[in-house]
Design a protein around this ligand. Structure first.
Ligand code: FES
Length: 110
């Protein structure tokens, strides 16, 4: 069973500009980049910092506090100080709206 919920309109997303939303109590950063839309848990795995306040580049979102960047497809950090991935979630676009399933993490642990 999937539990997609509406996050925002596709037209509300500017390229490489994360948008923070709260879905079923989970903070999520929705990112449009390179023609795709991704959804990643909005809190860094290193400390309680909002990833949506960071920069997006090369399909990664960078934590502004210490600089770890997380892959928007896998949730994996590219380098220290973060060592653990951040959950990433399935996205679907329907009728011009973006839907995210925060109950089905796509994160790869290793
Ligand atoms: S809080 Fe994100 S890398 Fe330290």
């Amino acid at each position: 069973m999937t539990t997609f919920v509406r996050a925002c309109e596709l037209g509300e997303l500017d390229e490489d500009t994360p948008r923070r939303v709260e879905l079923d109590g989970t903070p999520v950063s929705v990112v449009r980049t390179g023609g795709e839309v991704y959804a990643i848990h909005d809190i860094c795995s290193h400390a309680n910092v909002s990833l949506s306040e960071g920069e997006v580049e090369d399909c990664q979102i960078e934590c502004w506090l210490h600089g770890s960047a997380f892959d928007l497809r896998t949730g994996k950090p590219s380098g220290l100080p973060a060592t653990r991935p951040v959950p990433v979630y399935p996205v679907k676009i329907e009728g011009g709206s973006v839907f995210v399933d925060v109950h089905a993490s796509l994160t790869q642990e290793s």
